[in-house]
Design a protein around this ligand. Sequence first.
Ligand code: NAD
Length: 335
Amino acid sequence: MTLLVTGGAGFIGSNFIGYYLKHYPLVKIVNLDKLTYAGNLSNLEDVEKHPNYTFIKGDICNRKLVEELFEKYNFQGVIHFAAESHVDNSIEKPDEFINTNVLGTFNLIDVAKNHWMNNPYEVKKGCENNRFHHISTDEVYGTLGETGLFTEKTPYAPNSPYSASKASSDFIVRSYFHTYGMNVVTTNCSNNYGPKQHNEKLIPTIIRKAIQGKDIPIYGEGKNIRDWLYVLDHCRGIDLAFKKGCAGETYNIGGKNEKDNLYIARTICEKLDVLFPKDISYKEQITFVKDRPGHDFRYAIDASKIEKELGWKAEENFETGIEKTINWYLIKYKG
Ligand code: NAD
């Protein structure tokens, strides 16, 4: 089986490729990535010489390229990670979010449909099990108050250009199931953390600024809550949904690890105080900065559908996952 993975040089995609090649030695993976500022081939050093791994530098919006790749490799599945993913950038410059996340997703799924299907609800011979798996986010549901959880039935209410572009792509994927009978599945995951995340994101920023002796910037009063999931637990969820999920269904993936940003910063500082001590606590470096406009207050996932139907369960809790993560970034930032 040959799979097309898009955005595999980014944080989650690169963790997924390593995980998948290890667990499925017979599967071939073609990684299509534009290598934007967020993509980094050093994330793939472990697999770059793997006989079943091929890297193609290119844009998912380039229809001709995507068609050529489908012709050449005859993919039996697509796992679509490629996206512009940073909310702050979407506030400054939404254009690329619409291009990649909306038009790019349309381009990919439309080429896959044409390659795999003759007509609506008529799959080409040999393509019966081919599947398009769309990777999405819990941010499409908008924000929660103090209580409640996002389920797969929560109405979409995206608040940032990022989440609006992801919501749009989810709807495109949904429509290809209902209109053409295409075999699609979507997973909506909460905030991921772990090795290989881009420097700009919250947890790498806290660790880096801490060990550089700089201010650790926290938005507002640090009260915004996210449901944190270790990246390899996300990869396991994707693996299950791709293999066993029902066509046309969506599955929420989340770790039951609701933490506010101040808790995250303090916990990392406490761990660093032990792992890499200095004369005063790293907590002294925490500073509050002007909040992000339209900052969603709280996200929290009800993952009971994927747990009950597909047998998924997070293996890491925040305490175990953050230690692995800090150790990885200490090597990256300290050498
Ligand atoms: P990332 O920003 O680290 O990586 C994105 C990758 O996509 C990069 O390698 C980049 O070069 C590539 N890319 C961007 N535009 C492209 C284009 N036009 N053509 C080809 N490649 C392109 O993102 P991530 O954090 O790994 O997220 C991956 C997916 O998971 C995204 O779809 C995101 O919405 C979703 N997601 C992320 C999180 C999270 O916490 N990081 C949570 C839930 C869902």
